[in-house]
Design a protein around this ligand. Structure first.
Ligand code: SF4
Ligand code: SF4
Length: 450
């Protein structure tokens, strides 16, 4: 894909860092893959329409009005449009450039600006994020206790406790855990071929808080494969959320912290294994964050060369074949996170990995590649559209009649589970593929009703 900057156009707005909006040939191939266009049926909320609007601002023909910005704000950044575009329009970079521009130049509701800054601050401060996560965990535990008490008394589950405002509180997979930070775990089994290497795991900010059990599973699988697993203390949020909101300076700051933290001492030569697809995708985008700063970009390229999604890693590991020996009796559908399929292009690897698990039955799922509406902070900034996008996916999961949805991204896991709870489908679990892999290796139950 050609990511070269445009030659500045006549009348181009100063400070606008967009790429070539003029590459769009208006063919419209992208319209039917765009979740927001499919819902709104409004050209202005389609990729082609948004590109046209951004081009008008880019070239100074139109002001970035509040209405115009709204049209671009409802974009999920899911990248489905990029995947079908015959002209190679670098949509993601145009969108991020536009969002960066309007942070300083566009009229935006004060409430939205405040929410964006608050989220940016929160995600950049891991200890505070963790502390709030602990409070959330306590509230979720209290909610679970109330639900089961009322179920015992009335025979009905009070599902309203998962809807509306209550729905903002996610369901936790276990108690948040910071014990992971700064630890080193030795291999569990010696592998004969001496190919096992030390690895450093990028934990992400949300996984130790909401899905600490999944992180434990990943560490265990890597150790079984003979790896020494290291976790660094200096890790920071990857910055994807900041970039998505147009807070590029903050995203760069996060990137710098991670490049330093993962380049220290022993860690410098270790591959960096990432579990959430969204973080993996953005860590691989770091060189783009340092555009115009050659020294920074070189460090980012060196960093990127070490990043590997856990699915890529496991998929290539031949030793796994002999370890996946236990049957996992489960019928499920797979959800492909946007940043796995369109961002990193490693969807096939996910299916390839799951195909090696005996007993696992995956049903065809038409909606697998469609965004679930989580999209980083989108679920909080654009709750109505986020919910509409999600509902379509939930409807299809219901139709499939499965007991589990398998997806490897933390935001998608939380979002789909929220949708299922709201729809009264609390018996349908949303699980990370790493749980299925571990269950097949160890024979331990998945911990869900199947
Ligand atoms: S990124 Fe997704 S939501 Fe945004 S225009 Fe492209 S397809 Fe539509
Ligand atoms: S598919 Fe690409 S070239 Fe065609 S309208 Fe969409 S963005 Fe433009």
């Amino acid at each position: 894909m050609n990511l070269q900057k445009t030659v500045p156009l006549e009348g181009q707005k100063e400070g606008f860092t967009a790429f070539d909006t003029s590459k769009c040939i208006h063919c419209g191939f992208c319209l039917e893959v765009c979740p927001t266009y499919k819902l709104a049926r409004n050209e202005a909320e389609s990729p082609r329409g948004r590109l046209w609007l951004m081009r008008q601002v880019h070239t100074g023909r139109m002001e970035a009005s509040e209405t115009l910005i709204r049209r671009v704000d409802t974009c999920l950044g899911c990248l489905a449009c990029e995947s079908v575009c015959p002209a190679g329009v670098p949509y993601r970079h145009i969108l991020e450039g536009f969002r960066e521009y309007i942070q300083d130049h566009g009229p935006r509701p004060a409430s939205k600006r405040l929410t964006e800054r608050t989220l940016g601050f929160l995600f950049a401060h891991q200890a505070l994020f963790f502390f709030l996560g602990m409070i959330g965990y306590g509230l979720d535990a209290a909610r679970k206790a109330i639900v089961s008490a009322l179920f015992r008394l009335t025979g009905k589950k009070p599902m309203f406790l998962y809807r509306g405002l209550f729905g903002l509180l996610p369901e936790y997979s276990g108690m948040p855990s910071r014990v992971f930070f700064g630890k080193s775990f030795q291999p569990l089994r010696l592998v004969p071929d001496k190919t096992a290497r030390p690895l450093v795991v990028f934990q992400s900010c949300a996984v130790p808080v909401f899905l600490s059990k999944d992180l434990e599973c990943l560490i265990e699988v890597l150790r079984v494969l003979g790896h020494r697993v290291v976790l660094t203390k200096g890790e920071s949020c990857c910055g994807a959320l900041h970039a998505h909101m147009g807070l590029k300076k903050a995203a760069k700051k996060q990137a710098l912290k991670n490049i330093r933290a993962f380049g220290r001492g022993d860690l410098a030569g270790m591959p960096i294994v990432v579990m959430p697809s969204g973080c993996g995708n953005f860590l691989k985008q770091y060189p783009k964050v340092f555009e115009g700063d050659e020294r920074g970009a070189q460090r980012a390229r060196d960093f990127k060369a070490k990043v590997v999604d856990f699915i890529e890693l496991l998929c290539k590991d031949e030793r796994l074949e002999g370890l996946l020996v236990n049957k996992v009796e489960l019928t499920a559908v797979v959800d492909e996170p946007c940043h796995l399929v369109y961002g990193q292009g490693i969807s096939k690897e996910l299916y390839g990995l799951l195909a090696r698990v005996p007993g696992l039955r995956l049903l065809p799922f038409e909606d697998a590649k469609r965004c679930c509406g989580a999209a980083g902070s989108y679920t909080l900034l654009e709750p109505e559209m986020s919910r509409e996008v999600l509902q379509e996916k939930i409807r299809q999961i219901k139709q499939a009649g499965v007991k589990a949805v398998i997806t490897p991204n933390v935001g998608c896991q939380l979002q789909i589970r929220k949708g299922l709870l709201e729809a009264g489908l609390e018996d349908v679990a949303v699980i990370n593929p790493i749980r299925v892999i571990l269950a097949s290796i160890t024979g331990r139950p998945l911990g869900i009703k199947v």
